[in-house]
Ligand binder design. Structure first.
Ligand SMILES: [Zn+2]
Length: 395
């Protein structure tokens, strides 16, 4: 009489984000997950979709750094329609929630991006808020961000950021380029603050953490490196249980040995894609704020050969955690790297644990092969990443 539709998805392994269940099924009522149950306990009347043999059924990924996808760059088109296309492009790689990321741009672009995210969130539940990567960055570590837009915060920026109430606001900044108290002010207004594109010293990083900074954006890339007498942000991140650090696991941005080191830190490593328009798109090149970026051997590069974001998607990045870093799939999966840790940074873990995870679980099912017998497509993408990293290390 309630008219609700009940169906089940069954798999050899169902991973609930914390533990594995062999030969289990997820029962779905309408759009909600109602139960996890052994496949043998399913009533004969229920419609069952059996995922291919050997595949895992696991929670969707949360990606906190998505510049674009489906041939769309958020900076170039900060509109609700563009966000819907980006969301669609990433969904097919298992991303059920993400933060669209605006890199350093004009005030007008920032206002448009905040407005677009605020407007689209109600109808795109996978969009959790916005990540502003810049513009308060170090001119010494711009990466591919346009130098003319890198600037220090002004009063109107405080107002603009403080007024965003629709969802998560994550701000990547260089603490040494912002006035004392600015980070605390953002945190008090509800924002999450992450260090990135920064030459902060260890002491400056610790001071920023004391103000409430908890994130580190693409750890190792575009920040002061770890060195003997100046530990810098990397050491500050790895020694803090409260630190969440994003890692681009494409075999190109960071050597696997360094990622392995980060995995041994006491904080919360996260997989991020730093994805650009080619992810889920059809074009092998795009315009990044006036610079021509071409996908070569699977990586996004400027004419000069510098890396400009990535063309990897989350499913391949998680596979790389297994293949390149030797992590067990359970650890590479949900709770540590691609679901619980990013959720913790943006303060969604309670929501995930209280049934939120179950809701999150199957908005889009993701199939990850057992790591000893990866599907052919996964194996070949890992293979090509490995050969790319060999090529790089030989240069
Ligand atoms: Zn960056």
């Amino acid at each position: 009489m309630n008219g609700c539709s009940r169906r089940a998805v069954a798999a050899d392994v169902v991973f609930d984000g914390e533990k594995k269940h062999d030969d289990f099924a997820v029962v779905i009522e309408d759009a909600q997950i109602a139960a996890l149950t052994p496949r043998s306990d399913l009533p004969s009347s229920i419609e069952v979709y059996n995922v291919p043999q050997g595949a895992w059924l696991a929670p969707g990924f949360i990606d906190i750094q998505v510049n674009g996808g489906g041939d769309v760059l958020f900076n170039a088109d900060p509109t609700p329609a563009a966000l819907a296309k980006i969301a669609q492009a990433h969904r097919k790689f298992g991303v059920t929630s993400f933060l669209p990321t605006l890199i350093t741009d004009s005030d007008e672009a920032m206002v448009a991006a905040l407005g677009a995210v605020g407007a689209v969130m109600a109808r795109e539940p996978g969009i959790l808020g916005i990540h502003l990567e810049g513009p308060f960055l170090s001119p010494q570590k711009p990466g591919v961000h346009r130098r003319e837009f890198i600037r220090r915060p002004q009063a109107h920026h405080r107002q603009m950021l403080g007024a965003f109430r629709e969802g998560v606001l994550l701000v990547t900044l260089a603490p040494e380029e912002t006035p004392s108290g600015f980070i605390a002010e953002l945190v008090a207004a509800g924002a999450k603050v992450s260090l990135g594109h920064s030459m902060a010293t260890y002491e400056q990083t610790r001071a920023a953490m004391a103000e409430g900074l908890t994130g580190f954006t693409h750890l190792f890339n575009a920040m002061r490196p770890l060195s003997a007498r100046e530990p810098g942000p990397v050491a500050a991140a790895l020694e803090s249980p409260r630190a969440s650090y994003g890692m681009i696991v494409d075999g190109e941005h960071v050597a696997p040995a360094m990622l392995g080191l980060a995995m041994r830190g006491v904080g919360r490593p996260m997989v991020v894609s730093d994805a650009m328009p080619p992810v889920g798109g059809t074009k092998a090149e795009f315009d990044l704020l006036g610079a021509r970026i071409v996908v070569r051997d699977g990586s996004c590069r400027t004419q000069e050969g510098a890396l400009a974001g990535s063309s990897i998607e989350m499913a391949s990045a998680v596979r790389n955690c297994v293949r390149l870093l030797g992590l067990p799939l359970e650890q590479a999966r949900a709770q540590h790297l691609s679901t619980f840790h990013p959720a913790t940074l943006i303060e969604r873990p309670r929501n995930l644990r209280r049934g939120g995870l179950r809701r999150h679980f199957l908005r889009r099912e993701v199939l990850i092969g057992r790591h000893r017998s990866l599907p052919k497509s996964a194996a070949s993408s890992i293979q090509s990443n490995e050969s790319r990293s060999e090529k790089l290390s030989a240069i």
